[in-house]
Design a protein around this ligand. Sequence first.
Ligand SMILES: Nc1ncnc2c1ncn2[C@@H]1O[C@H](COP(=O)(O)OP(=O)(O)OP(=O)(O)O)[C@@H](O)[C@H]1O
Ligand SMILES: Cc1ncsc1CCO
Ligand SMILES: [Mg+2]
Length: 280
Amino acid sequence: MESNKEEQAEATLWARKSWALLSAVRSQSPLIQCITNFVSMDLMANTLLSAGASPAMLHALEEIPDFTPQVHALCLNVGTLSADWLPAMKLAAQLARKSGKPWVLDPVAAGASGFRLKACLELVELKPTVIRGNASEIIALANASVGPTKGVDSSHKSTDAVESAKSLARASGAVVAVSGAVDIVTDGERVVGAHNGVAMMTKITATGCSVTALIAAFIAVDQAHVLEATAAALSLFGIAGEMGMEMANGPATLRIHLIDSLHGLDEACVLSRVKITSLS
Ligand SMILES: Nc1ncnc2c1ncn2[C@@H]1O[C@H](COP(=O)(O)OP(=O)(O)OP(=O)(O)O)[C@@H](O)[C@H]1O
Ligand SMILES: Cc1ncsc1CCO
Ligand SMILES: [Mg+2]
């Protein structure tokens, strides 16, 4: 009985915190620089806009010294990486760090090739605030291993990646998030799970990339609570998926309704639907 009450109190705290963070994103409209893959640019920018943030998909090496110090957070995504993009990503990460801005790494298909893994490991050296990937990506990065792969999709469940996520968090100093049926978030000690979302979200390309950018917007408005902000972003994106699914006929209409639902999230929805629990 007592523990039930404690669990309920914890659930209420997570829901209130999530609403407070979304409200802060809406009122502060943080500027988020995204250097991301060609596939995700549109959905990522629209996800940020619908949450109240301000996206800017600037990636030229020449403009990073002027622009990056002015952003509130940076999102780096290696999805369609080629060697000529890497210097801009590295410089942006260094300048974000230097100017005290948080940055998030999405290690898309980290284990698919030696080139990609090496690039991801070099970016991890530049101290991301958060690393968000699917389970296969987090396992590959934690083990620094190239191997059998489904490319950008995961061949593991998020719950298979808890130990990898914890060890990557400890080794890198980043909060690590693993998306899946349950989104796992860890700083290497604490582990929390966000239990929102619908499986159909995996049938829309770049939903993972987009939630990584949403995490950047959430940590931009609360740098002191990175783990909480990361879990809240994952939960709220999942809720937008759940509400969108109530109106959708398949992936193409879910894509539209998810964005509309994220834009329309109100306090009652958030307080009744956020499902974040402690897993450790
Ligand atoms: N089985 C599932 N049930 C509910 N929600 C899910 C499920 N799998 C993934 N999601 C949600 O879908 C979103 C994308 O997660 P996913 O793990 O597919 O990312 P990803 O593989 O990096 O995607 P992409 O590379 O296409 O951007 C997240 O918000 C996640 O919570
Ligand atoms: C499909 C795809 N290929 C490279 S990046 C990307 C978007 C989802 O990660
Ligand atoms: Mg991905």
